[in-house]
Design a protein around this ligand. Structure first.
Ligand SMILES: C[S@@+](CC[C@H](N)C(=O)[O-])C[C@H]1O[C@@H](n2cnc3c(N)ncnc32)[C@H](O)[C@@H]1O
Length: 228
């Protein structure tokens, strides 16, 4: 059994460490309590992502940019009470909601770290990492390296999110732009959001979702693969 207690560590006094952009600061700070409702349409993608993450009971999982913790119930179903989930997010307001979710369910195997992913002091070697709708994190080589450095060899990695569909699908592109604008600092890298992760996860397999408006990427940290 893991003995991880529910806790929020690395508290910061500034409102939004690591969240520089005004729009994202609003979405993840003053509007954090509206986040679950605003992104409800994304629920099926969260389910798909966790389904695709090959974790087992007792595993330790990093939920990178966990936000309000919408992936936590799905991850709990997989790792069980003997597993550990570490949620990392730069927004105290988002983690406040996540902490309430944890308390409501009386999960004692979740740790919430308030920190930019690039600087998070992760005190575990994890069996898996989940990147759910975290475009800004996906564009930071330092952040991704900090996560992969805390994975055991062969650990599972899975990412899902929005991307630009083909240029000729301009009505769809306009819809994608509107949908994601409040939640990303900018659209740099939005053509292939997994590009930096692929440098660190050489076997990363990517498939398009929603007529090219999204992607799902699954792979393993470098090193020996475990027998599943
Ligand atoms: C669109 S939300 C996704 C939240 C959650 N994964 C979900 O599926 O609902 C993006 C989250 O990433 C966090 N975030 C963005 N950049 C970050 C960074 N550099 N370090 C830590 N968290 C970051 C934001 O605070 C926000 O909670």
């Amino acid at each position: 059994m893991n003995s991880a207690a529910t806790s929020t560590i690395q508290p910061r006094s500034d409102a939004s460490p690591g969240l520089a952009h005004h729009a994202t600061s609003e979405a993840y700070c003053s509007q954090a309590r509206d986040y679950d409702q605003r992104t409800d349409a994304f629920r099926r993608w969260r389910e798909l992502l966790v389904e695709q993450l090959p974790v087992q009971r007792g595993d330790t999982v990093l939920d990178v940019g966990c936000g309000t913790g919408l992936c936590l119930p799905l991850l709990q179903d997989k790792v069980g009470p003997g597993g550990t989930i570490i949620g990392i997010d730069a927004s105290e307001q988002m983690l406040q909601v996540a902490g309430e979710r944890v308390a409501e369910h009386r999960w004692d195997n979740v740790e919430l770290l308030v920190a930019p992913v690039a600087a998070a002091a992760i005190e575990h070697t994890a069996d898996a990492a989940l990147f759910c709708a975290v475009h800004d994190v996906m564009q930071s080589r330092t952040a991704l390296s900090n996560i992969v450095d805390h994975l055991r060899p062969g650990a599972a990695v899975a990412a899902i999110g929005g991307k630009w569909p083909a240029p000729w699908t301009w009505p769809l592109r306009a819809w994608v732009a509107n949908l994601h604008a409040p939640f990303v600092t900018d659209f740099a890298g939005f053509d292939r959001p997994w590009r930096l992760l692929a440098d660190l996860v050489p076997d990363l397999q990517v498939r398009e979702l929603a007529f090219g408006a999204g992607y799902l990427a699954v792979g393993h940290a470098p090193g020996d693969r475990p027998l599943m």
